[in-house]
Design a protein around this ligand. Structure first.
Ligand code: ARG
Length: 370
């Protein structure tokens, strides 16, 4: 297992300094000062090789990490992120239990609330815990002898990792929820099944095509990213699952539409009786739209919060404008911000963005699970 924190106290002190300056510059920590706080941090670094964020620093850091996420179109509400401080938790069973609570609280029975739970950080010589699942809820991908996959091909590796650690597999459907695969320095890898009450899902139907329900498609309501490190002021939190709510295209265009995911466009096109004899009939495009209509319709009918890409584009441009007024750039990666459906029909398509790699941020794992 990798991850000893950054180690070098001088490097950490420099990163802490930048963060603490930002914290005070943006009006936090009334009555305190960056200089006084840095003196404390330097002393703690000298004696322990690391330092401990205050609860306010952690909350601010997690929110700014969202604000700095250049691939995320949903950042307008970055200030509303709810931060669950569980830094005292490093035991795998407790992490699993807190992850279940996160799912229930953040799911809100459909009133989804952007939430992060922060578990123990990496410390020098003592790596923090890790959740190997890319999200808390993911569907298994079972590789078949003929090379095809039942379920989500994205998750074949984590499915096989779970199986190697004793998971006997689910019912064998296309939508079996994977167990949490949690690794700690003390106990290695352990598995935890998610109880049904933690897994809010929506069955997909279509407002005009009765046959659509018969496809048996569904998706989970809350996307909780669990395999990114939260980095704040030189401190790494390797287990810090966070969620927003879905934008329909993530499910309707990518998860269900991509050829290396559920690859549903040919199936939907056949049911719609589209002419698939040539690419130029645009059968894929027409199937894609109806798949996305089904996703938005089904979530709305189920009372589960979701957003469409037009609404979210407009919100994002409001966010960019607010950031400009606050004297900040809004780092953004055009290739991720522009939605995968009807790009040019959304305003975010018709401009370029500053991009920058700012801290705090959510970072992809340096060393992938397997
Ligand atoms: N695209 C990912 C998925 O389909 C989720 C990424 C985060 N999305 C979000 N709306 N917060 O599961």
């Amino acid at each position: 297992m990798e991850g000893q924190g950054k180690g070098d106290p001088d490097v950490v002190a420099g990163q802490a300094r930048e963060f603490i300056d930002l914290f005070y510059d943006e009006g936090n920590g009334p009555g305190g000062s960056a200089a006084r706080r840095m003196a404390e941090i330097r002393a703690e670094l000298a004696s322990t090789g690391t330092y401990t964020h205050t609860a306010d620093e952690l909350t601010f850091g997690a929110r700014v990490a969202w604000r700095n996420s250049n691939r995320c179109i949903g950042r307008l509400y970055w200030r509303s992120l709810r931060v669950r401080d569980r830094r005292g938790t490093s035991d795998a069973a407790e992490i699993a239990a807190e992850s279940v609570k996160h799912l229930v609280e953040a799911g809100g029975g459909g009133r989804i609330r952007p939430t992060i739970t922060v578990f123990a950080p990496d410390r020098p010589g003592a790596p923090g815990p890790r959740i190997h699942n890319e999200q808390l809820i993911r569907y298994a991908g079972y590789r078949q002898p003929d090379g095809t996959v039942v379920g989500d091909p994205l998750n074949v590796r984590i499915t096989e990792l779970a199986q190697r650690h004793g998971w006997r597999g689910g019912a064998g459907t296309r939508f079996d929820v994977l167990p949490l695969v949690i690794e700690t320095a003390r106990d290695g890898i352990e598995l935890f099944d998610l109880p049904p009450e933690a897994v809010l899902e929506v069955e997909l139907t279509h407002p005009r095509y009765p046959w659509f329900a018969g496809l048996g498609l569904r998706w989970h309501a809350v996307p909780v990213i669990s395999a990114m490190d939260l980095e704040i002021g030189g401190i790494r939190y390797p287990a810090a699952p966070f969620n927003g709510w879905y934008m329909g295209t993530e499910i309707g265009a990518r998860n269900l539409g991509d050829t290396d995911r559920y690859n549903m466009l040919p199936v939907v096109a056949a049911k719609m009786a589209l002419d698939t004899s040539s690419d130029a009939t645009l059968w894929r495009d027409r199937a894609l739209v109806e798949l996305n209509v089904a996703v938005l319709h089904s979530f709305e009918r189920a009372g589960v919060k979701i957003t469409d890409h037009h609404t979210e584009s407009n919100r994002f441009l409001t966010h960019v404008e607010r950031e400009r007024e606050a004297g900040r750039i809004c780092p953004a990666d055009w290739t991720w911000i522009v939605p995968p459906l009807s790009g040019s029909a959304t305003l975010v398509f018709h401009r370029y963005y500053d991009d920058a790699d700012l801290r705090p941020n959510y970072l992809r794992r340096r060393c992938p699970a397997e």
